[in-house]
Each structure stands twice: as structure tokens, then as C-alpha cells.
Write a protein that binds this ligand. Sequence first.
Ligand SMILES: [Zn+2]
Length: 63
Amino acid sequence: MPVYLLHCKSCDHKYETLYYKGLKLPDKWVCSRCESKDVVQVSERPHPIEEEKHGGGSCKCCF
Ligand SMILES: [Zn+2]
């Protein structure tokens, strides 16, 4: 599942968030620190663990 790297322009907070497959992306991200909506998506990267090593709930992202 994709990981989004977000950057809040209000407090300069950078954080990552996971987004589950099948869920609709929000129109606006909200900063996890100051709750500002002035958040930009910096990048998206694929699932950090490769498919064949994946599964069985052994990784943090799939709980
Ligand atoms: Zn913020």
C-alpha cells in the first residue's frame, strides 16, 4: 500500500502516512501536529516491503 510523505506548511512538520487500499484519499490532508489543512503531499512511494516477503501480518504496515 502506498505511503504518503506529507509536509505541513503551517508548522513545517513532515510526516508519513499510510493509506489503505480501497479507501478514498481525502481532498485535504490534515497535519497530525497542528491540525492545519495547509498540508502538501511531497511524494508517494510503494509498499516498503517487497511482495514476496510480505504477508502473515509480520510487517508494521499491514495490521
Ligand atoms: Zn502542522
